[in-house]
Design a protein around this ligand. Structure first.
Ligand SMILES: NC(=O)c1ccc[n+]([C@@H]2O[C@H](COP(=O)([O-])OP(=O)(O)OC[C@H]3O[C@@H](n4cnc5c(N)ncnc54)[C@H](O)[C@@H]3O)[C@@H](O)[C@H]2O)c1
Length: 310
């Protein structure tokens, strides 16, 4: 399986580590000066995490080749993962070039966070049916989720192949049956952030306490089961179905109508930034990041061994 990485910034470099750790060949390109050296240094820094997660036979950072143009990167590729800047004009121009240069059977996959495939797929004159979304969650070399979605012209076969590819490299892909701005996971995060900012603005709790409300509360279970299964297991013997008949459910829906919509104006931005600085004052930032990543790796290992956690 030959893969191409187009754009080797934060996300492209992390995909490169992921593919190399699964024993795949990677051909990468990025127009930034010094991009190859930066990419190789980033992969070297991420490699201990890849080792700790387990390498596939043949996994080797030396299987990375860096080339000057997107055309050279994709000319022999089976899978192309695009990670260029988040601008529609850049994606349209790039996908037209990738489509012209890649073998007809290659999948052309974009990591885009906010642009829909239908917005740039039309720039592909040859095989728009193999253009689709494969949106990772940062950092892609650690987080299993990949959101897969087609545009108006994407074939069901391309979607199936992308889902199978991501599953095959140990990712957890989900299929979005419709295109929606921001996809699924970021929209769920956005809903939570909106209320977190609203609670700070309303003076309900400090930034540190709102962080604690998730990190020491529901966030612990959300790492194990999603919102619906958590609700089902909290619903008593009748589960989620019975829950909707209980008075607590009407109160929950009443709470939805009470949630705030908020704009982060300079005053609110300063309050939140000062709150975060106060939280960090008691901790060493570098050690915090190290411990976060080590704990995440341990959690991923535990989850992989827990066969009945979907
Ligand atoms: N950062 C995130 O958390 C995140 C998460 C998921 C998806 N994404 C998506 O991934 C993509 C890349 O985001 P990023 O955060 O890695 O950005 P980034 O700025 O770190 O990297 C973009 C890279 O693209 C390169 N580039 C510029 N023009 C190019 C071109 N014509 N062809 C190829 N490469 C080109 C740049 O030199 C740079 O290295 C975006 O579409 C973004 O929406 C980002």
């Amino acid at each position: 399986m030959r893969t191409a990485i187009i754009g080797t910034g934060v996300i492209g470099a992390s995909w490169a580590s992921t593919f190399l750790a699964r024993g795949l060949e990677v051909v990468a390109t990025d127009p930034a000066p010094g991009a190859e050296a930066t990419l190789r240094a980033t992969i070297a820094a991420q490699w201990p995490s890849m080792v700790s997660m387990g390498l596939a036979p043949g996994a080797d950072p030396a299987r990375l080749r860096f080339v000057p143009t997107p055309e050279e990167a994709v000319c022999d590729a089976d899978i192309v993962q695009e990670n260029a800047p988040e601008r529609l004009d850049v994606k349209r121009e790039l996908f037209a070039r990738l489509d012209a240069a890649a073998p007809p059977a290659a999948l052309l996959i974009s990591s885009t966070s906010t642009i829909t495939v239908s917005e740039f797929q039309g720039a592909c004159a040859h095989h728009p049916e193999r253009v689709l979304l494969g949106h990772p969650f940062n950092p892609p070399h650690l987080i299993p989720l990949v959101e897969v979605a087609g545009g108006a012209q994407t074939s069901p076969e391309a979607i199936d192949r992308a889902l199978a590819f991501y599953r095959g490299i140990g990712k957890h892909p989900i299929h979005l049956k419709k295109e929606v701005r921001g996809h699924v996971a970021n929209r769920l995060q956005a809903a939570l952030w909106q209320e977190a900012f609203n609670l700070v603005q309303a003076g309900v709790a400090s930034v540190a306490d709102i962080d604690a409300a998730i990190a020491h509360g529901p966030g612990l279970r959300w790492a194990l089961l999603g919102p619906f299964l958590n609700l089902h297991l909290s619903g008593g013997p009748g589960g989620i179905g019975a829950l909707f008949e209980k008075p607590l459910w009407a109160a929950t829906e009443a709470m939805w109508r009470d949630l705030g919509t908020v704009h982060v104006d300079p005053a609110l931005g300063t309050t939140v930034a000062q709150g975060v600085a106060a939280e960090l004052a008691a901790h060493d930032r570098d050690t915090m990041v190290q411990q976060r990543d080590a704990t995440l790796l341990a959690l991923l290992r535990l989850k992989a061994a827990a066969t009945e956690l979907p």
